[in-house]
Design a protein around this ligand. Structure first.
Ligand SMILES: NC(=O)c1ccc[n+]([C@@H]2O[C@H](COP(=O)([O-])OP(=O)(O)OC[C@H]3O[C@@H](n4cnc5c(N)ncnc54)[C@H](O)[C@@H]3O)[C@@H](O)[C@H]2O)c1
Length: 250
């Protein structure tokens, strides 16, 4: 069966599980050859193995998104999956380090900015030489409601995710002349990152009360929006931020 991403290659960061893992699988099922990357080598290899076991195309590669040399090698390997062109980069890798303002040290603040914001810059920079100029080139960043509306106890994360929105809009303007689109998705899903909130009785009820659809999504339910942004159906959309969060940000 022909897929809407047939012939395309994709590099997904932080794809050893959670949203990135679901996005890598959805891309592969839509026909893309996917480089599943993560700082956790075993996790990336396991997601790639589950994709190939389904009969689709994937390889894995371990690198830290803050490492420019690792990112360059990842971009080269992802492009090699499709004849030297990297069509789709998803900057998804992320981590959290919560602390209330006044109790958050500078190292903790900088580390989260580095992983999310600088990491998205580093990987986009590494991908640029391989991104095609035929209208199929995509950078899809991952932001958060925390970057759109702020959050409590994670000033580092909120600032990083707001920075990613500025990066998305600026790269969208700069890369438009190459017909490369740059968009961001603000997801909400049941993953390892949200386990503490979901499992803590007090936070769980508060968070659910803020989700109009009244439930957490599984990562697979988020992944379809990434396929859409990666596909030709989204060829005329750039510089946009789309919440996929059950209505949390309206
Ligand atoms: N889950 C949610 O509700 C939610 C909400 C808003 C935004 N997000 C964003 O979605 C993205 C994916 O998060 P998730 O919920 O799937 O979390 P997750 O913890 O399940 O996955 C994050 C992945 O990133 C990897 N990673 C962490 N640091 C890395 C680094 N320096 N280099 C390479 N890989 C690294 C981890 O090993 C992990 O596999 C993140 O950017 C997160 O901020 C998630």
């Amino acid at each position: 069966m022909a897929g809407i991403l047939d012939g395309r290659s994709a590099l997904v960061t932080g794809a050893g599980g959670g949203i990135g893992g679901a996005v890598a699988s959805a891309f592969a099922r839509a026909g893309a050859a996917v480089l599943v990357t993560d700082v956790n080598a075993d996790a990336a290899a396991s997601v790639a193995a589950s994709i190939t076991a389904e009969g689709f195309t994937a390889e894995s590669f371990a690198f830290d998104v803050r490492d420019a040399e690792g990112a360059a090698e990842a971009a080269r390997r992802a492009a090699a999956l499709a004849g030297g062109t990297l069509n789709i980069l998803v900057n998804n890798a992320g981590a959290i380090a919560p602390a209330m303002f006044g109790k958050m040290d500078q190292e903790t603040f900088r580390r989260i900015i580095d992983i999310h914001l600088v990491g998205s810059f580093v990987c986009s920079d590494a991908a640029l030489p391989y991104l095609p100029t035929d209208g199929t080139g995509r950078i899809i960043n991952v932001t958060s409601a925390a970057g759109l509306t702020g959050t409590i106890g994670q000033a580092n994360y909120g600032a990083a995710k707001a920075g990613i929105i500025g990066l998305t809009k600026s790269l969208a303007r700069e890369l438009a002349r190459k017909a490369i689109t740059v968009n961001a998705i603000a997801p909400l899903a049941a993953t390892a990152m949200t386990a503490n909130v979901r499992e803590n009785e007090k936070f769980a009820a508060q968070t659910l009360a803020r989700i109009p659809l009244g439930r957490w999504a599984e990562p697979a339910e988020i992944a379809g929006t990434f396929v859409f942004f990666a596909s030709d159906a989204a060829s005329y959309i750039t510089g946009q931020v789309l919440p996929v969060d059950g209505g949390t940000v309206i």
